[in-house]
Design a protein around this ligand. Structure first.
Ligand code: SAH
Ligand code: SF4
Ligand code: F3S
Length: 451
């Protein structure tokens, strides 16, 4: 369509939704002649698709920006017309907007998760020099119509694909920036999701993970014009030929519903693994966090899921050192972990985020206490993770292979329970489901051999 031969580099930070968005950015730019490069040094346009969730995530963005500014400067030294465009998209873009161009004046463009569908126009605006000078573009408006209407379909997919079905959050947990960066809760229609999934299957996807910040709060327009729940959506996805595995993430305990429990019972393709973050095992802290449920409610959900699918495995997110968290609250979290028994878990030190209610509380926990509590929690989770992995030794599990391993002649795939399995084989096996006899269970993976 255009004589453009520019190269674009996209780096994703943060959650899986950013991976989905990053791919869509590439899909949007392709018809305008841009090709993707994996090396920032070669790029004419560098896009950082950022995450704002914790302070560390934000620091990473600014240190990467520093490195890019050097690339940009050096290039201009050689040829003053060869000016790289640096863009900050994603959740830091949304949260900080124009402030980024003040802190990092070499940044040409800032946008957020709800405005990236305008990327081609934004680039054209930046490239249009006025009196030899570039204009900066900052676009962090939340559109009145869904950005999904403007996203083109992709032309390649991994074997295990992501598809955003729900976005945004109205829950406002007191520690979290997501409701401010992703905006209000929105669900795509079932028709749109089925179309996109069919397309991904036709390109070779065997597994889809339905994404949303509160994915089980999904309530999109169904095929009959009524609102459908996530459970109902899963039943209809299960009818698509060629789709062997369905997953969804991330769920909120408050949005569990009967159709979803039933889907776990009835739908064979729905995998027996669920990431269901609880954050804390103390009712006092859950209340302070504005999570709106108690520990006992969470345990009931786990019980119902196990009744629906006896082999289901769980993972969670935990925050240690939330303002006001006492040693007893922390013990309660450890107790909850022991009671549930997790297959894996992510855990973080509480990080105060600008604009969130928890960040201005006077009861912040000292960092050394956070460090100790995090180590203690991670030790317990690691023990559970190893025990879970070792419980599979001797079993034959179905594995979907999709990646090269670290060693030559080795490939990696996933079990139904999200465990990585290493195996002797080559890339001709990618996209295949193989029955693998599990030989060893380690902290982060399994190894097995062909039967
Ligand atoms: N929507 C999901 C999670 C979104 S963010 C949910 O509701 O569970 C992913 C994880 O980051 C959260 O589950 C939480 O554990 C962690 N997190 C969010 N804000 C944080 C903060 N300010 N400090 C530390 N961890 C945080
Ligand atoms: Fe953040 Fe809470 Fe919304 Fe999850 S539910 S995205 S933790 S505000
Ligand atoms: Fe990060 Fe935004 Fe995802 S803050 S975790 S990239 S929703």
């Amino acid at each position: 369509m255009s004589a453009n031969s520019q190269k674009v580099y996209v780096k994703n930070y943060g959650c899986q939704m950013n991976v989905y968005d990053g791919q869509k950015m590439a899909d949007l730019l392709k018809p305008h002649g841009y090709t993707i490069t994996e090396t920032p040094e070669d790029a004419d346009v560098a896009i950082l698709n950022t995450c704002h969730i914790r302070e560390k995530a934000e620091h990473k963005v600014f240190s990467d920006l520093g490195r890019l500014s050097v690339v940009k400067k050096n290039r201009k030294k050689v040829d003053k017309n060869n000016d790289m465009i640096i863009a900050v998209g994603g959740c830091v873009g949304q949260a900080e907007g124009e402030e980024i161009t003040r802190q990092a004046p070499y940044v040409d463009m800032v946008f957020g998760p709800q405005s990236y569908h305008r990327l081609p126009e934004m680039l054209a605006q930046v490239e249009h020099k006025v009196k030899g000078k570039r204009r900066k573009v900052v676009d962090t408006q939340f559109p009145t119509v869904s950005k999904f209407d403007f996203l083109p379909s992709t032309d390649k997919t991994p074997v295990s694909a992501f598809i955003s079905v729900q976005e945004g959050c109205d829950k406002f947990c007191h520690f979290c920036v997501v409701p401010y960066t992703r905006g209000a809760e929105y669900s795509r229609s079932v028709k749109e999701i089925l179309q996109e999934t069919k397309h991904l299957i036709s390109l070779g996807a065997k597994e889809v993970t339905l994404l949303g910040q509160n994915v089980n709060g999904y309530h999109g327009e169904g095929l009959d014009g009524n609102e459908w729940s996530l459970g109902r959506l899963i039943y209809s996805l299960a009818e698509l030929e060629g789709l062997r595995r369905i997953r969804y993430t991330t769920s909120h305990p408050l949005d569990m519903h009967d159709e979803l429990y039933n889907a776990h019972r009835d739908v064979e393709q729905l995998m027996p693994f669920l990431h269901l973050p609880v954050q804390s095992g103390s009712d006092r802290i859950l209340d302070a966090m504005n999570r709106k449920h108690k520990v006992v409610d969470y345990l009931k959900i786990i019980e119902k899921l196990r009744a629906a699918r006896s082999d289901i495995a769980f993972s969670s997110d935990f925050i240690v050192g939330y303002p006001g968290e006492t040693a007893k609250d922390h013990q309660d979290t450890l107790e909850l972990i022991k009671e549930v028994g997790y297959a894996q878990a992510y855990s973080f030190k509480y990080s105060p985020r600008p604009g969130t209610p928890a960040s201005i509380l006077q009861t912040q926990v000292a960092d050394d206490i956070k460090v100790t509590r995090l180590a203690e929690l991670q030790h317990l989770v690691n023990e559970q993770q190893i025990a879970f992995n070792q419980s599979k030794v001797g079993q034959t599990l179905e594995v979907l292979f999709d990646r090269e391993g670290k060693l030559p002649g080795q490939i990696i795939g996933k079990t139904a329970y999200m465990q990585s399995v290493t195996f002797d084989g080559d890339s001709s096996l990618f996209g295949n489901f193989l029955d693998v006899k599990i030989k060893h269970g380690f902290g982060n993976s399994l190894s097995g051999e062909r039967i």
